[in-house]
Design a protein around this ligand. Structure first.
Ligand code: SF4
Length: 323
């Protein structure tokens, strides 16, 4: 892998204002993303995991430039693309593309599959019109669909085939990074592995970097090279996949992994049960955000926010008790 990241974010924040009254006075902020940093290299999959509402999907939207950041920087191939206008973002659109969660909702039902896949080529590509059809057929084949698919409409495809179409559309402009937001969670379990394997094959062929957002640890274990665990808008642990599944260090990661089903129903894992609900990101607890649910919390955790720092084994974790 090249040492240079294709996508790097630093101190990324997204605080949504909460408005009240007819004057729409801002009375608070929802800190959906609160200081997230990571870098992804070519051919690498970084998975962002965490419970619903932890901010992982918002990070994906920020990286894509779909919503503006409150603070922090986003670099694509070393260039700061934070806050670029739609027009300024146009040249970068080719480099970063997205695969959405719900393939049915993300495909225009009035367009044929051929039109869906060739749309980015018309809008952003520099491929002559005469070559677009051949390129579209090649893209469909690349994702395992036949050339007959060109003339079919989205409703004629299964869920897995629709997601293949979504992947073909994302590939059309030869991106270097794909942000995939829960791309298999709407699919039958039997189809999920096929789509994940397709994404892994395409990654190997094109050197793609994936920012893969998922709540499903089984999926993440299948596709991830590194895993970043999020809790209440912050990353609490980052490690290689094997290290994090074999030996999770942050108490929240340990609880998440201990709750995930094992492929072998006879196998047992040490259980770490956490009580209570995720606190509101509008009013997160002081100190360590996790202290209200952490079974190991000490007095310091209630006042002192642990930084995400490198532990002795090389991973990153944000916990006062780990070194
Ligand atoms: Fe638990 Fe304290 Fe570590 Fe936070 S810093 S995870 S509360 S032990």
């Amino acid at each position: 892998m090249s040492a240079e990241p294709v996508l790097a974010v630093e101190g990324l924040k997204k605080h949504f204002p909460v408005e009240k009254g007819v004057l729409r006075r801002v009375v608070a902020h929802v800190k959906a993303v609160d200081g997230v940093s990571f870098a992804i290299r070519p051919g690498e999959t970084l998975c962002l995991v965490g419970e619903s509402g932890c901010g992982k999907s918002t990070v994906g939207k920020l990286a894509m430039g779909l919503i503006p950041a409150t603070a922090g920087t986003i670099r694509l191939h070393g260039t700061d693309i934070t806050g670029l206008s739609r027009t300024q973002m146009q040249p970068w659109r080719k480099r970063i593309q997205m695969v959405f969660q719900d393939p049915s909702a993300s495909l225009n039902p009035r367009l044929t599959a051929g039109a869906v896949v060739s749309e980015p080529l018309e809008n952003f590509g520099d491929i002559p019109a005469s070559e677009r059809s051949d390129r579209t057929v090649a893209l469909l084949k690349k994702v395992g669909l036949s050339s007959d698919a060109m003339h079919k409409y989205p409703f004629e495809f299964s869920g897995g085939q629709k997601q293949r179409l979504g992947i073909a559309r994302a590939l059309a402009l030869n991106p270097s990074v794909i942000v995939a937001d829960e791309p298999v969670s709407a699919l039958d379990v039997s189809v999920q592995a096929q789509v994940l394997n397709l994404m892994m094959d395409l990654q190997e062929e094109f050197g793609l970097a994936y920012l893969f957002v998922s709540h499903d640890l089984g999926v993440v274990e299948h596709i991830g090279h590194r895993i970043a665990v999020m809790y209440l808008g912050r990353i609490v642990e980052v490690a290689d996949r094997d290290a994090i599944f074999a030996n999770p260090r942050h108490p929240y990661t340990r609880a998440l992994i201990s709750a995930a089903p094992l492929p072998d129903p006879r196998a047992r894992r040490e259980k770490l049960v956490i009580e209570g609900d995720v606190p509101s990101p509008q009013n997160p607890p002081p100190g360590c955000h996790f202290h209200t649910r952490c079974p190991f919390a000490v007095a310091r955790c209630r006042v002192d926010s642990p930084a995400l720092r490198t532990l002795k084994d090389g991973r990153l974790a944000a916990c006062h008790l780990e070194d």
